[in-house]
Design a protein around this ligand. Structure first.
Ligand code: TYD
Length: 207
């Protein structure tokens, strides 16, 4: 299964907790492989003010192709459950909608990158913009995306909502506000409802 959400949505914390609970492989994008880590540096470096949106989208896709082939598929083939912090949905919301490249165009390059691997469940964590900003301000130095501005992040949130609304069979939108434990409870209820209560119920899909 996959966690999606904007900056400061708390998805990384929740992905870690769920993976521990389910004894699943935990991974993330961008940067979940050694090659991906180098792509992540380029993507997040604030000095790269001239990175073209299409180049950004293709670097995300390259990271994903490497991640799927080197980490996600091998883990799934071993029968492991997988929890992934960001996946195709991030590219649809950030590059497709917020950068204006087109959600359909990004879906097409993403399908090439994943070679058809789709998650069994995507949990989108939504937090009010002000709460996300507060959480971000408490974190360290902002990266290239975190410093992109309020309007950009509003576009990301809108993109996510659109993608979720078009994929109700696999996407669940959850309120990410409140304490870590409260949000974890909400997530567990949904995951168990959608995927069953045993850990192997998550196997076979990238969460
Ligand atoms: P991440 O490490 O999850 O950052 P955070 O923990 O701050 O949410 O992701 C890094 C950034 O990359 C994040 O700002 C979102 C962006 N991103 C995209 O724009 N497109 C993508 O396809 C992915 C995977 C991430």
């Amino acid at each position: 299964m996959v966690f999606e959400g904007g900056e400061g949505s708390g998805k990384s914390t929740q992905a870690r907790l769920l993976a521990e609970r389910w004894n699943a492989v935990l991974s993330f994008e961008p940067g979940g492989t050694p090659i991906g880590a180098r792509l992540r540096e380029i993507l997040l470096d604030r000095a790269n003010t001239d990175l073209e949106p299409r180049a950004e989208a293709l670097l995300m896709a390259a990271d994903r192709a490497q991640h799927v082939a080197a980490v996600l598929r091998p883990a799934l083939n071993r029968g492991k459950d997988v929890v992934c912090d960001r996946f195709v949905g991030s590219s649809l919301a950030y590059q497709g909608h917020a950068r204006g490249l087109g959600v359909d165009e990004i879906a097409a390059i993403s399908a090439f990158a994943t070679d058809g691997l789709v998650p069994d469940l995507v949990v989108l964590l939504e937090v009010p913009a002000e709460e996300a900003q507060r959480r971000l301000a408490a974190a360290g130095k902002p990266d290239r995306f975190e410093s992109a501005g309020v309007e950009f992040h509003a576009q990301v949130a809108e993109g996510y909502r659109m993608v979720a609304a078009h994929n109700l069979d696999r996407w669940v939108v959850l309120d990410g506000s409140g304490s870590v434990d409260e949000v974890a409870e909400r997530i567990s209820a949904v995951v168990e409802d959608r995927l069953g209560s045993g850990p192997h119920a998550v196997a076979g899909g990238v969460s």
